[in-house]
Design a binder for this molecule. Structure first.
Ligand code: GDP
Length: 445
């Protein structure tokens, strides 16, 4: 079961709970049965699922709770807390320090996405203003250096590697020394992988680690490997003692549950997830926002960061409005336009709070079409309507009918967009303004 489906299943179970006339032990058990079945189908380790179930049961004492609404809230909170815990080991990952050389060593099996992730990570830090470089110490895979060189050149990131030197330890050492001398702040070392965990690979990792003394060792794991994640993560933890994890290939059909289990198996935080093959397809991982997004609840901070990263002049007004807590229909239109430019849609759609999970369903192409249709409907609105909020439509329903006719759609569809807008505007209002989260976001990772 892919993650979006897992989210939908859990969401449905939670919504069913709110509809139950009486909340008793039987209803709670049914809810937990549905949630646990969904987690197991997504390859989350059976022990973790069992623990989640027991913890929810322990923290909810139905006899001590009052009426129906209160019971439902307590149960929902207990489930959410346990879902957060599932992906949060409570360990802080390494935070790079400015004006100092921070060495990252990447480890993982061949094909996990290590080389791709190295450039994505370097580009992430570069966009945030860090002086960043890449070192290719993968001498095992033919073409690894060429691949890194190509990616690094495209992303305009300085790199170091060799076609002739066969000792990965020597290359790693030379590269890191060179970039340290040149006052680079983030130095990312790509190491060799193998097709499977084997002694030779682990020995090489230990030697490179001893030579470059990384500030942070990051385990790059294929998010699609399911149940095998547990054992693989444990083996790498033992050999390389990594501090954090990057899960790749979380786009498409990744079940993700196996990778989630790896967090628990190694008590190591996931710091980023790879969501595609392109340079920008790397999302910072934050347990709460991950779970909220998975359940279709959206996460504004993620979206705002993506928009900020684009550093486009045309975003200025939009950002100003969002941060001041104001939000017009035109802002939503502009946002759709930005999202269309940012490439793969569904990843960003998940960041929009209130965006129903149905919007995320289907392929990229379908998602793109849906957004285009919404924009097409909004094209039939007047400037005055776009610059205002949805109230003018509530006061005068003939406007809704006019827009539906003008765009060749239905009244129902126009109303859907307006209610979407209302939910989003409400969220912007609470998150913007001086005290809001958006104005108090950390700028550094
Ligand atoms: P390495 O052997 O670990 O260095 O793996 P590579 O970086 O060469 O990646 C192996 C394959 O996985 C390549 O085809 C990458 O484009 C692909 N890949 C890496 N990360 C992701 C990701 O997050 N999503 C998807 N869909 N593909 C990825």
């Amino acid at each position: 079961m892919v993650l979006a489906d897992l989210g939908r299943k859990i969401n449905t179970a939670l919504v069913d709970l709110t509809k139950a006339p009486v909340v008793d032990e039987k209803v709670l058990d049914a809810l937990l049965r549905d949630i646990c079945a969904a987690l197991l189908a997504s390859d989350v380790n059976v022990m973790l699922v069992q623990r989640l179930r027991n913890n929810v049961k322990k923290s909810v004492n139905l006899n001590e709770l009052g009426g129906g609404a209160n019971r439902k809230r307590v149960i929902q909170k207990a489930v959410m807390d346990q879902l957060y815990e599932l992906v949060d080991p409570g360990v802080q990952p390494y935070k790079p320090i400015k004006h100092k050389a921070n060495v990252f060593m990447m480890v993982g099996l061949q094909g996990a996405g290590k080389t791709t992730t190295c450039t994505k990570l370097a580009s992430f830090y570069q966009r945030k203003g860090w002086k960043t470089a890449l070192v290719c110490a993968d001498t095992f895979r033919a073409g690894a250096f060429d691949q890194l060189k190509q990616n690094a050149t495209k992303a305009k990131i300085p790199y170091y590697g060799s076609y002739t030197e066969t000792d990965p330890v020597a290359i790693a050492q030379e590269g890191v020394d060179k970039f340290k001398a040149d006052k680079f702040e983030i130095i990312i070392v790509d190491t060799s992988g193998r097709h499977k965990q084997e002694a030779e690979l682990f020995e090489e990792m230990k030697q490179i680690s001893a030579a470059v003394e990384p500030d942070s060792t990051i385990f790059v794991m294929d998010g699609t490997i399911g149940q095998a994640a547990d054992g693989q993560a444990r083996a790498f933890k033992e050999a390389a003692n990594f501090g954090s994890i990057i899960m790749t290939k979380m786009d498409g059909h990744a079940k993700g549950g196996g990778a989630i289990s790896a967090v628990a198996a190694t008590d190591s935080p996931i710091v980023f997830i790879g969501t595609g093959e392109h340079l920008h397809d790397l999302d910072r991982f934050e347990p709460k926002s991950f779970v909220r997004k998975m359940l279709g609840m959206g996460d504004m901070s993620d979206l705002v960061e993506k928009v900020q990263d684009m550093k486009l002049d045309e975003n200025k007004n939009l950002m100003k409005n969002i941060q001041s807590g104001q939000y017009s229909l035109r802002d939503m239109y502009d946002q759709f336009q930005q999202i269309s430019k940012m490439g793969p849609l569904s990843k960003l759609m998940g960041s929009i709070p209130g965006m129903p999970t149905e919007m995320l369903a289907g392929s990229e192409e379908e998602g793109g079409k849906r957004i285009k249709r919404m924009m097409c409907i909004m094209d039939s609105m007047t400037d005055q309507e776009l610059d205002g909020d949805s109230k003018v439509f509530e006061k005068d329903h003939s406007r809704v009918i006019r827009v539906a006719r003008g765009s060749g759609t239905s009244v129902h569809e126009v109303e859907e967009i307006l209610s979407q807008y209302k939910r989003f505007a409400e969220m912007v209002k609470t998150m913007g303004g001086k005290g809001g989260l958006l104005n108090n976001m950390p700028t550094d990772p």
